[in-house]
Design a protein around this ligand. Structure first.
Ligand SMILES: Cc1ncc(COP(=O)(O)O)c(C=O)c1O
Length: 460
């Protein structure tokens, strides 16, 4: 079942040369419109958005109530600078958000994206340390692999050598601990024991760095693209909290991808009973309707900053009325349609279907995630967990096979971008059982095409 190469598409080739440049010069079809879980292109093709873009469109595309709320706001004002005016959408969104966050997480700082959110978290942590007489604390320990953003500050806390390499002279590289990929370990420990072992690596790192120099630890409670939805053993989360408390280190949860309901709880971290000190949100918060992100923290962290002259940080578009009106309407639709519950229920259906595919395609070594943030890791040998040769570009080929069949799924090389192949399935939270069936059929066909093309094992 040969799959045509996605590029070059004749329609794209016929268009005038683009003045845009991004990752590659690959031309993609021109999008026309989107609705629900679907996109339509100008040349009349339909695509299922099986990854919500890069896990953004949590409530689905073209939601009428969100668009109407934005239009109402547009008729009043789209921009009013926060140093000149307060605006109702920002006030209301901050209030609504604080009700969805763990108790006490009720101070909100708006930004316009995920990198701005994580970078704001570390700047808040640092300024808090200085304001409370701990100026020697500056190191932010992070996990490897991980992804926390592309700006220099957020890249410095991203565990990905391939992404960082060129820019390291411009950054202060931060200490790392291994991401808790406990499923890979071949030892006699139980998963819970492994969870403790991974968490204790943080304590070892704190000791090695000098406890008084460590400011914070940042982690994605449910992994994003760097680990394909990695979930740690349950024991990990509480132990990490305990270690951070023992050394007076702030725990930052990067919920840019896992937050805003995607995992079947408002925050990914809500699946465990340990609370972070600071939370970064973005992606699903604006759900693709407006660039929006937020940092949430308790008053005890914010008060010392305010008392010492305010947070020395901010971005021009932060808290603008239009983006906040969109965010407020997104949260309200999430409640009205009970989408977080649907993410949990449909997540159970989807993960069961992916596990069934794993039986058919034994080169899928692991299927994981929570709710509708799911990932699968592919290997050449499921026993030895040998990676598929990088030259085979397995992730990209699978994505191409699915794309050619009208399904968008997501994937990046794992293990810090060096090797390791995965794909992620993270459709909008409005997805139905039937639509999951439609996606799974395409994923099955695409895996079959990949197995044939790369000579990977298929069950009898
Ligand atoms: C966990 C996580 N943090 C931060 C970011 C950076 O967000 P943005 O691309 O909006 O700057 C991302 C983006 O993928 C992410 O997944």
């Amino acid at each position: 079942m040969p799959t045509p190469e996605v590029q070059p598409s004749p329609e794209a080739e016929a268009r005038p040369p683009s003045h845009l440049f991004y990752l590659s010069s690959l031309r993609r079809p021109l999008v026309d419109r989107a609705e629900g879980i679907y996109f339509w292109t100008k040349d009349g093709r339909r695509f299922i958005d099986g990854s919500s873009g890069p896990m953004v469109a949590n409530i689905g595309h073209s939601n009428r109530n969100v668009l109407d709320a934005m239009k109402r706001q547009m008729d009043k004002t789209t921009f009013a600078y926060r140093l000149h005016f307060e605006n109702e959408p920002a006030e209301e969104l901050a209030r609504a958000l604080s009700h969805k966050l763990p108790e006490g997480m009720d101070r909100i700082f708006f930004v316009s994206g995920g990198s701005e959110a994580t970078e704001s978290c570390i700047k808040l942590a640092r300024q808090w340390a200085v304001a409370t007489g701990q100026p020697k604390r500056w190191k932010v320990i992070t996990r490897f692999p991980s992804y926390h953003g592309g700006t220099l500050g957020s890249l410095a806390i991203t565990g990905d050598d391939a992404l960082a390499e060129t820019f390291t002279p411009l950054m202060r590289v931060m200490p790392t601990v291994p991401a808790p990929a406990a499923w890979r370990d071949r030892d006699n420990l139980s998963m819970e024991q492994r969870g403790i072992r991974y968490a204790d690596m943080l304590e070892d790192k704190i000791q090695a760095e000098g406890p008084q120099s460590v400011l914070a630890f940042i982690m994605e409670p449910v992994g994003g693209a760097a680990t394909a939805a990695l979930v740690a053993p349950d024991s990990y989360y509480a132990r990490i909290r305990e270690i951070c408390d023992r050394y007076g280190i702030l725990l930052i949860h990067d919920e840019v991808m896992s937050g805003a309901g995607r995992t079947g709880k408002f925050l990914g971290g809500d699946h465990w009973s340990c609370k972070p000190d600071i939370v970064a949100l973005s992606k699903g918060l604006g759900s693709g309707y407006a660039p929006l992100g937020a940092l949430a923290a308790p008053m005890r962290l914010v008060e010392p900053l305010l008392a010492s002259g305010g947070f020395q940080h901010g971005h021009t578009y932060a808290g603008n009325p239009l983006a906040c009106a969109a965010g407020l309407a997104v949260l309200s639709e999430m409640d009205r349609l009970d989408l977080i519950a649907n993410a949990a229920t449909m997540g159970d259906v989807l993960i069961a279907e992916l596990k069934a595919l794993q039986k058919r395609f034994p080169f899928i070594a692991d299927v994981r995630g929570k709710g509708l943030l799911l990932g699968a890791e592919m290997v050449a040998d499921p026993e030895a967990l040998t990676p598929i040769a990088p030259a085979k570009k397995a992730t990209q080929r699978l994505l191409d096979h699915a794309y050619a069949r009208g399904l968008i799924i997501y994937g990046r090389k794992v293990k810090g971008g060096v090797d390791g192949d995965n794909f992620m399935v993270a459709p909008p939270m409005i997805i139905t059982r039937e639509q999951i069936g439609e996606m799974i059929a395409i994923i099955g066909d695409s895996l079959e095409a990949l197995a044939e093309e790369l000579d990977l094992p298929v069950a009898g």
